[in-house]
Design a protein around this ligand. Structure first.
Ligand code: SAH
Ligand code: SF4
Ligand code: F3S
Length: 472
């Protein structure tokens, strides 16, 4: 008996290896760092080699059908690894897990664990259940979970820039969008925990943070609990509440030597107060991602975006009045239900008028269960969607190229992130407006803030030479 106990205590605890792959938006990449932290506590160590892993987790996206198809292909490929290692556990996390739930376990038997975005604290138990031969799923959404107390384990980090989630979920119900169904109700995270995370990152040597939320402009903290609108708060709650502009200011002051970015702004909610904070703090980057989705008010109404073309234009004007040098980028969807040729032209003319620095552009992809899927036929033929998409891409490329040429001869401030993909002799970083900038390395190093004179520009990149170190 004695002997047995001894053997058991001395047997080494097998360290298990976790391989985690992320798809979709920055929030998913940020969540993977929370997942890694939770599992690290349980003795897992992260590996970047999928063949070495005991547990493989795919943190998935459901935003468009092709995002899900990619994951299916990946899961089929990973089945091969299972043949080599019979104990390998494969899990699906994130938005596709939340959307498909049990179906993922049943359909093709590709997956052992399914966990939705609010169930990550349960992952150690879910993995243990699989080891006991049970089906393992948790897709409960929460009204409160923000993982505020979990210090993320930075994965694939360049050691320079990091994401901080400031809120979760979305309450907007844009008719095309699956996010409210996969991420649940909107909830904000305590401001102190956000500022603490920023300070910790600074102490670890990071130089840039990006505050993340699906709609940062509706961030509101008044002591926790389910979300309320500002006007629903009691006078005491109002007095102590923190909105996004307040949070941005608190963070800018707490880490004056770090660059601060944020994403995503919503045109219906963005305020002058936020833009004024950007103007007042030089360490807050002059860059706003402001998705328009369409340039036509009827289509915007069908999309349930709650603003018109004119409202959007007013917001762009307001930003440019306060911050003339602000970079603005956009998301556009082409071929939304019933979009006419004239309405598509309105999108092109809005892009021409706004002169976005760059845009993310997509063909409409109907998502089951969304308002649009239930109410409007997906009636724009594939070839028309594609042609419209090509038109907006061509226009955006032209505008990006023209705008980037205007940088030639100018000086920009770049935070060095790492090696340029094209040449080991060059650094790659971003300027204030989030444009990729390349310059010869000389004595500079990642994390340096460098003044760079631009002498060449393409649609996506500025190329220059360093002039010296920069200050905010
Ligand atoms: N919260 C952000 C967007 C998150 S999703 C916002 O409100 O702008 C990122 C982008 O994916 C969206 O801006 C939209 O352009 C695109 N998208 C979302 N659902 C889509 C769908 N069903 N088909 C095509 N593109 C979609
Ligand atoms: Fe989706 Fe709209 Fe929410 Fe953005 S704001 S995540 S597009 S529902
Ligand atoms: Fe995709 Fe979910 Fe983000 S659907 S875009 S990973 S919130």
């Amino acid at each position: 008996m004695e002997q047995e106990t001894l053997i058991q205590t001395e047997a080494p605890v097998r360290e298990r290896r976790l391989y985690i792959e992320s798809y979709g938006c920055a929030m998913n990449f940020s969540d993977s760092e929370i997942v890694a932290s939770i599992l690290q506590e349980q003795g897992f160590s992260a590996t970047s080699e999928e063949t070495e892993a005991d547990v493989i987790l795919l943190n998935t996206c459901a935003i468009r059908d092709n995002a899900e198809q990619r994951i299916r292909e990946r899961l089929k490929h990973l089945r091969g690894n299972k043949k080599k290692n019979g104990d390998l556990i494969i899990g699906v996390l994130g938005c596709m897990a939340e959307r498909l739930k049990e179906k993922l376990l049943d359909e093709e038997k590709l997956v052992d664990v399914v966990a939705g975005p609010d169930a990550y604290r349960e992952l150690p138990q879910l993995i243990a259940e699989v080891e006991d031969g049970k089906r393992s799923i948790n897709v409960l959404l929460s009204l409160e979970e923000t993982y505020a107390d979990i210090a993320p384990t930075r994965l694939n980090s360049n050691g320079v820039s990091a994401f901080i989630s400031i809120m979760r979920g979305c309450d907007n119900m844009c008719s095309f969008c699956v996010v409210p169904f996969t991420r649940g109700r909107e909830r904000s995270r305590a401001p102190e925990s956000i500022v603490d995370e920023a300070v910790q990152l600074r102490n670890q040597g990071f130089r840039e943070i990006t505050l993340l939320g699906q709609n940062v402009d509706s961030y509101l903290w008044f002591g926790g609990g389910p979300k309320k609108e500002y006007k629903q708060l009691t006078p005491e709650e109002q007095a102590s509440s923190v909105d996004f502009a307040d949070l941005l200011e608190m963070t800018a002051r707490a880490v004056p030597d770090m660059r601060i970015r944020y994403s995503t702004s919503h045109p219906k909610d963005i305020t002058e107060k936020v833009v004024r904070v950007m103007a007042a703090y030089p360490n807050v980057c002059n860059y706003i991602h402001l998705p328009a989705q369409s340039g036509n008010s009827r289509v915007l109404d069908l999309m349930n975006r709650n603003y018109t073309r004119e409202w959007y234009m007013d917001k762009v004007r307001m930003i440019r009045d306060i911050l003339p040098d602000c970079g603005i980028s956009c998301d556009i969807i082409t071929g939304f239900c019933s979009e006419t040729e004239e309405e598509h032209q309105d999108t092109l003319s809005l892009m021409e008028w706004s002169r976005f620095d760059f845009s993310y552009m997509y063909k409409y992809s109907e998502r089951p269960g969304t308002l649009a899927a239930r109410k409007y036929p997906d009636d724009i033929p594939e070839d028309v969607k594609l042609r419209r998409l090509q038109e907006i891409i061509a226009l955006q490329n032209r505008i990006s190229n023209e705008k980037n040429q205007e940088y030639i001869g100018r000086e920009v401030v770049v935070l060095v992130e790492g090696r340029s993909k094209r040449s080991e002799h060059d650094w790659m970083g971003k300027n204030d407006q989030h444009l990729v900038t390349i310059f010869p390395k000389e004595h500079y190093k990642p994390g340096d803030l460098v003044r760079v004179k631009i002498h060449k520009a393409s649609t996506t990149t500025l190329i220059g030479t360093a002039l010296g170190y920069a200050q905010f």
